[in-house]
Design a protein around this ligand. Structure first.
Ligand SMILES: [Zn+2]
Length: 102
């Protein structure tokens, strides 16, 4: 998975193009992520005991990771995450631009 929870990303296509935000949730199996304040959808909610009237709530919907670009927390540039395997066999991500581990 190139993008993980709490990564900072920038949306590169669509309605939210250029918007930056934190990844709130990642869905590796479907290659989608939820990004804060991106891709709001309106959802009808049935009345519950807490909210007697129900109504419409807005929530973020997942978008495909091909629509976002990782922003490196070290150099602050839009980048690609590369993977490498360390001597102890653990896999780490590193920034293609500055080479720091992410
Ligand atoms: Zn970097």
């Amino acid at each position: 998975m190139r993008i993980k929870k709490n990564d900072k990303v920038r949306v590169i296509t669509g309605e939210y193009k250029g918007v930056e935000g934190l990844v709130l949730k990642a869905f590796p199996k479907i290659n989608k992520v939820i990004i804060e304040k991106v891709n709001f959808i309106k959802k009808h909610q049935r009345p519950t005991q807490q909210n007697q009237s129900g109504g419409i709530i807005e929530m973020e919907a997942p978008i495909h990771i091909s629509n976002v670009q990782l922003i490196c927390p070290k150099c602050g540039q839009p980048t690609k995450a590369r993977m490498k395997i360390l001597e102890d066999k653990s896999r780490v991500r590193y920034c293609a631009k500055c080479g720091d581990m992410i």
